[in-house]
Design a protein around this ligand. Structure first.
Ligand code: SAH
Ligand code: F3S
Length: 477
């Protein structure tokens, strides 16, 4: 199914490189598809394999081991990976000793079936089993198939320092939760990534310190649902109710974690993703308002503007409750930017319900958006209980209407910056021009301006003079 994003192509499927250890002789080609969490997991895998003698290579033909971290969120994401496997197959003909492993959500969803369906695959490893990779590789090298797709109650990889793959040296991701308990009916994530658990704030702060010491300037805290973060000494979120009174009294929630991080590292910019409307508390919004170094941007997926569709999706809020949350954000942080995820053509969606989505968008006027046509996923509650009955042509047309409207709103939001001065963290050279820097402001808008004597990693004030629907253009103020 078609999917469309108005801003920023996520880095997809290219060989990821690390700084290589001199003693390592085996070559790993590793690539990552899907969400930022997958990219972060890929960094964890590279770290685990680095201690097993593997250096990364960007030449597929040279690899002893090829690993692909996969995404199952939509059918198209899975098809992309299948195509890559064909490519590996062609290379294996030249390099027959090469081993191929599948990681991530497709590994978890398909399990050992993968080995039957795709002869090229030697190794299948789910998102909670990466620590087992060294053992699994031994199995593979002994000529046996290797599968570990056990989901864990505890695994957070809290003590693994991810090697920063393909990083710009300025911004980095830190995972704070794993899994998701929400069971949105369309979503495969609860099945591929397991139950929700949070990571010890101590290990989160330690990882941030390492990054800050290595000169990183911006940290994005990652989780499927960051607002649901809750540390009470370990264990699943769903078991919190059985925790001891002391554990309950000393628990750390997301607002407190944000406050801890922003206070301890006042020179570092913080972002977070993703927020879930049903779990986002006023405390989080107040904490954002309190700290200059927490970026004024919230990715707040809503999926639909219709209460009846939200109900079928098992989202735990109504259209009106979402609007109230938006009003609260606007009151507490007037300059906050907002982005959405939308699904067009979910099961049973009527034209009227689709119009509700457009009118909600009119109400919020999102700065950015990530929009998708509904793609039925095997094993999800929607697949089991509902009919994927919106004709493809209607899905596409509705998706297009949503995208068109988002583009209009994006442009409107960007225009509001013209004539204003914004603080930009320089991330690197603009893709389109060597003579220009690219960075982002607090609201996550990409800002392009002519190079002077600045450096990557500098915070610079830029006067915005012009814009497109997703980019600000300006000059140093
Ligand atoms: N909470 C997660 C959501 C992961 S999925 C996060 O961290 O972003 C990302 C987005 O993909 C969802 O918000 C939804 O808009 C879209 N999506 C999920 N399942 C889908 C499906 N079956 N068809 C189409 N889009 C889907
Ligand atoms: Fe998926 Fe809903 Fe969780 S979209 S990741 S089940 S919050």
């Amino acid at each position: 199914m078609g999917s469309e994003k108005v801003i920023e192509e996520k880095k997809q499927g290219q060989a990821l490189l690390t700084e290589n250890k001199s003693g390592n002789h085996k070559k790993l080609y590793i690539e990552s598809y899907g969400c930022q969490m997958n990219l972060n997991d890929t960094e964890i895998v590279a770290s685990i394999l680095s201690t097993e003698g593997y250096n990364t290579t960007h030449l597929l033909e040279d690899a002893d081991l090829v690993l692909v971290n996969t995404c199952s969120i939509r059918e198209k994401a899975e098809q992309t990976v299948r195509k890559r496997l064909e490519k590996y197959n062609a290379v294996k003909k030249i390099n027959p000793t090469m081993k191929v492993g599948v990681l991530g959500c497709m590994a978890e969803r398909l399990k050992a079936k993968f080995l039957e369906e795709e002869k090229i695959v030697d190794l299948v490893v789910g998102p909670d089993a990466y620590r087992d990779l060294p053992n699994l590789l031994q199995e593979v090298n002994a000529g046996r198939d290797a599968v570990n797709v056990i989901l864990s109650k505890e695994e957070t990889y809290g003590d693994v320092s991810p090697v920063r793959l393909n990083s710009n040296g300025v911004s980095a991701f830190v995972s704070i939760t794993r899994g998701c308990d929400n069971m949105c009916t369309f979503c495969v994530v609860p099945f591929t990534r397991g139950r929700e658990r949070s990571r010890d704030p101590k290990s989160i702060l330690e990882e941030i310190k390492e990054l800050v010491d290595s000169n990183y300037k911006e940290i994005t805290l990652l989780g499927q649902n960051v607002d649901s973060y809750l540390w009470y000494g370990g264990g699943l979120k769903k078991d919190f109710k059985n925790a001891s009174e002391i554990a309950k009294a000393t628990a750390v929630d997301f607002a407190q974690l944000l406050d801890l991080a922003a206070t301890e590292f006042p020179q570092t910019r913080f972002r977070f993703s993703t927020s879930n409307p049903q779990d986002m508390s006023l405390n989080v919004i107040h904490t954002m308002a309190k700290h200059d170094n927490i970026c004024k941007y919230i990715h707040l997926p809503v999926q639909s503007g219709s209460t009846s569709v939200l109900q079928r999706m098992n989202r735990q809020h109504t259209r009106e409750e979402y609007m109230e949350l938006i009003d609260n954000i606007r009151n507490i942080i007037p300059e906050c930017s907002l982005s959405q995820d939308m699904i067009a053509g979910f099961c049973g969606e009527t034209e009227e319900e689709h119009q509700d989505t457009l009118s909600l968008m009119e109400y919020v006027k999102y700065d950015f958006g990530f929009m998708f046509a509904y793609s039925e996923r095997p094993g999800t509650p929607a697949e089991k209980r509902m009919e994927d009955d919106v004709p493809n042509a209607d899905k596409k047309r509705r998706l297009n209407e949503i995208i068109q409207l988002q583009q209009k709103h994006g442009l409107y939001r960007m225009e509001q910056f013209i004539g204003k001065t914004v603080e930009v963290l320089i991330e690197g050279t603009s893709k389109k021009s060597d003579a220009h820097w690219k960075g982002r402001n607090s609201q996550n808008a990409v800002v392009i301006f002519p190079k002077g004597d600045e450096q990557v990693g500098d915070f610079i004030n830029v006067l915005v003079e012009n814009c497109t629907s997703a980019t600000l253009l300006g000059k140093r103020a």
